[in-house]
Ligand binder design. Structure first.
Ligand code: FEO
Length: 304
């Protein structure tokens, strides 16, 4: 494989306007490219050594970069510093270790490396173009709410418990600050609730198709998965009740169900177009990824 091929291309549109930070971002692009090149080579024997080293470098470099960028934010009194730091913490402490574990468990397979690089590249591009450029005023941050650690941890535990209980599979968190980067083919369901203090909660669950298939085949045999007229109502009912169980445990006694519907994948990604949901989590299972997002609005704020 040509060592100069850049799959994930740097361009000036990624510049935030601080030379030192822009150089560090370029370097991060180049590490992701190195892992991608390796992945395209499909050299499994080499994958483990090259990828372990590249992932370690990426981790170390990201940690160093985040610390330097946070120092820069403090030095200019950036108002979004606390939330930005939480997004960095999530990438450093949750996302990279979880992906690292996934590639090791899956034997550095091309599929696992594609998941790894796709997630890191998607995260990096979205983060630089929106959150990092917001530091220098080129854009506005989309993380407009900053929920406390306690409620985020509680939601994470509840979702994991219910994935295990209702879907009968282990799950672990990939990100507590999922920003809508692309996943594989999705099925998405949305429930809405009202609270007595005048808020509306729009909750979306998005599951990758192999995960969905596994959820379905816990209940029916595999051939029936292709029978959409049978599967659709069944999956809809399962996901709807999953969301209800999670929300009842997360906000006990405080919510009234308004309605639910399947939503298109494009509408799911649109959730991230203006501002990110208050809670936006990504979980991994052995069968695929699942996103769980809660947007909170005052009833009279208009459209969710
Ligand atoms: Fe360049 Fe906020 O990371």
């Amino acid at each position: 494989m040509d060592e100069t091929i850049e799959f994930f291309e740097w361009s000036d549109e990624y510049k935030i306007g601080d030379d030192s930070i822009d150089d560090e971002h370029k370097q991060l692009f180049s590490v992701v490219n190195r892992i991608l090149r390796n992945c395209m080579d499909q050299n499994y024997e080499q994958n483990e050594a090259t990828c372990t080293e590249a992932i370690r470098f990426l981790k170390d470099y990201a940690v160093k970069h985040f610390a330097e960028e946070e120092a820069f934010q403090r030095s200019i009194g950036y108002a979004g510093y606390k939330t930005h730091k939480k997004v960095h913490d999530d990438m450093r402490d949750v996302v990279i270790p979880a992906l690292e574990k996934e590639v090791a468990v899956k034997g550095y397979s091309t599929e696992a490396l594609e998941h790894f690089t796709g997630t890191v590249a998607g995260w990096l591009a979205a983060h630089i173009l929106i959150e990092d450029q917001a530091i220098t005023g080129k854009t506005k941050s989309k993380w407009t709410s900053n929920p406390d650690h306690r409620s985020e941890n509680l939601l994470e535990q509840i979702v994991e418990t219910y994935i295990e209980g209702l879907f009968r599979m282990q799950a672990s968190i990939i990100s507590k600050k999922y920003a809508g980067y692309r996943l594989n083919k999705l099925f998405c369901y949305n429930n809405q609730y009202a609270s007595s203090d005048g808020k509306v909660y729009s909750v979306v669950l998005a599951a990758e198709e192999p995960l969905l298939k596994r959820i379905a085949t816990n209940v029916v045999n595999e051939e029936l998965f292709e029978e959409k007229e049978i599967m659709l109502p069944m999956l809809t009912a399962l996901l709807k009740s999953f969301i209800s169980e999670v929300m009842t445990a997360f906000m006990p006694g405080g919510l009234t169900y308004i309605g639910g519907q399947t939503i298109l994948t494009a509408d799911f990604y649109n959730l991230f177009s203006v501002e990110y949901p208050k809670y936006s989590m990504l979980f991994q299972t052995n069968f695929g990824y699942m996103a769980f997002c809660i947007r909170e609005k005052q009833v009279n704020d208009g459209k969710l």
